[in-house]
Design a binder for this molecule. Structure first.
Ligand SMILES: Nc1ncnc2c1ncn2[C@@H]1O[C@H](COP(=O)(O)OP(=O)(O)OP(=O)(O)O)[C@@H](O)[C@H]1O
Length: 252
């Protein structure tokens, strides 16, 4: 059974069909790119897959369970994490605290134990601290633990956002234009980071990206959309020479 099984989903905003007949399957550990010109509907698809929008047509199944109409936090509990086109971090918190907030989804102590600062609370807080530092360590960011997120260079903020998404122990990770605003050096590092994540965490990754060198370089297969509809699917080398894809990009 695929991890993600999307059948013919679509959404209409005020009479305008932004996305239609969109289908995709993701198997564990796959690295797939979702590409298309500006305004093609990529973020709208992510928003449907993560519970921000409810599709007006079709069916989304995560690990076989119907996910249409679930709220974003329920989708996180189904093992899906995402990052955003515009980085969303708690800018005034430290790097470590940004990660810890994500781990708190799994906390088991009760409100009473937390308010009264009972041992169960401290034990679990110490464990979250340890796990957050360990995760930062995997991304070579342990020395940034006490830095305020907003004071980090752009590339590192992106990395932190991905790192925080992983703290929810997802099976699937959706990255919305992770290379946006990055310089070529940061983009190269990001490619390595994405490969590392897939191999280390065994997550399936769905990646929206405008940077063609990035998607072509790391994705095993690509889905191309234009005006809300799939126009091509295939391996990067097939997509590169696909006439419809070339026309869609030249025309945008
Ligand atoms: N909440 C909404 N209400 C009305 N229209 C919307 C809404 N969300 C998205 N759209 C429309 O859906 C279409 C697809 O937008 P979307 O942001 O998904 O494209 P995109 O492929 O992610 O573009 P980009 O690459 O520029 O980020 C656009 O025409 C947009 O105006």
């Amino acid at each position: 059974m695929p991890l993600l099984d999307v059948k013919e989903i679509g959404i209409t905003f005020g009479g305008l069909r932004a996305v239609g007949n969109f289908s995709i399957q993701l198997e564990p550990g796959e690295l797939v790119g979702l590409i298309g010109p500006n305004g093609a509907g990529k973020t709208t698809i992510f928003n449907m897959l993560t519970g921000v929008y409810k599709p007006t047509e079709g069916e989304i199944r995560i690990s076989g369970r119907l996910a249409n109409g679930k709220k974003p936090y329920q989708i996180v509990n189904e093992g899906v994490a995402r990052t955003f086109q515009n980085i969303r971090l708690f800018k005034n918190l430290t790097v470590l605290d940004n990660i810890k907030t994500a781990f708190h989804k799994d906390m088991r102590y009760s409100t009473v134990e937390a308010v009264l600062r009972l041992p169960a609370f401290w034990r679990e807080e110490a464990e979250i601290d340890r796990k957050a530092r360990e995760l930062l360590g995997l991304f070579n960011m342990e020395e940034d633990a006490d830095t305020i997120a907003a004071n980090m260079p752009y590339g590192k903020q992106r990395k932190l956002e991905i790192c925080r998404a992983l703290a929810t122990s997802p099976q699937m990770l959706f990255l919305d234009e992770p290379a946006a605003g990055m310089n070529p050096q940061e983009t190269r590092e990001l490619m390595n980071t994405i490969h590392f994540i897939r191999d280390k965490f065994k997550v399936a990754i769905l990646l929206i990206e405008h940077d063609m060198s990035l998607v072509m370089g790391i994705c095993e297969r690509l889905v191309v959309i234009d005006y809300g509809m799939i126009i091509a699917k295939g391996k990067p080398e097939e997509i590169k020479t696909n006439k419809k894809v070339i026309e869609a990009y030249l025309g945008s």
